[in-house]
Design a protein around this ligand. Sequence first.
Ligand SMILES: [Zn+2]
Length: 387
Amino acid sequence: MSTHFHFTLHKTEGCARLSTFQTPHGAIQMPAFAPVGTLANVKTLEPRDLHEAGCELLLSNTYHLYLRPGHRLVEQFGGLHRFMGWSGPILTDSGGFQVFSLAHKRKLDEDGVTFRSHIDGSRHRFTPESVMEIEQALGPDIAMVLDECADPLNHAYIVQALDRTHRWAERCKKAHTRVDQALFGIVQGGIFPELRLESARFLTELDFTGYAVGGLAVGETKEEMYSTLDVTCPALPVNKPRYLMGVGAPEDIVEAVYRGIDMFDCVLPTRIARNGALLTPDGRLNIRNAQHAEDPRPVQADCACYTCRNFSRAYLRHLYKAEEITGLRLGTIHNVHFMLELMRQIRAAIAEDRFAEFRTVFLARYQISNQEVRHQQRERFLANQRA
Ligand SMILES: [Zn+2]
């Protein structure tokens, strides 16, 4: 690990880990959650809102920034931190997931992947080398290798995709030269234990600064996701951060921390906020429901966020019903705060050796939302894979 990055494992309770990851733009207390700012912006929020919520890591999407406004423009403005006015740590994904789930007319070969932009249909190509060039120009603290995100349940396909993903990881490692940027490898292998172990072994030998578990939360069941983590986490180096990509449902975060994951990102809290779904310790609350029309209480009585300190459910419902932008913003502030507060509670529980108890109490109270959403997610993912 270069002098720009330092991972300190303070304490464990079972598989759960309390740690700090030091980056050039500050320390990240882990387990950590990163809100997603797809286009160098967390929708409806400003950097000062994120600082106020205690956010220590932001995720931005390489695929989206490459298409718009372009990585060279961001570089010209001093990189992502200066371009978007965020002084804390940033992570960018490799764009692989978007190419395989969002872009059109993908054509995959050994060297890379050619695709058409979902915005204007223009033709583009990503290779491990070009993605490293893009991420180094964007300048986040943490960059991810280019990988292929395949259907996690398709064994025959994953077997051949995995070898290519490993060769791409090697090429990314070679092409990556910025010492003030950490490069993380991504373990793939679907829901198949032997493939996950093979992937973890291969990538560990390449000696990345951190490791992600990719290719999950794309439609497998929760049980399949958890058992994949049970297999994968023990196969990863103890002295490096572990990142579960794209997972952000509160119950999944608690279960993944329990299995040894240190960091998370997800659009879920911000996306559902804009639909009027607000997170509480009891589960999601739909602020548009008629039952809130005359309710003077805040969304969550013991929440310290700006929204809960100042506004009633009745007022928020009114804003959502009237389609006022302020409603979306206040809802997003609350959901981001909820996630970061959840991580603070998780860290405190591990520090005090009561995370197992915290998990039991949290999961007993938190009402898990319908898995229907997961099935739809899978249908969409597969439809795009075929397209
Ligand atoms: Zn709140």
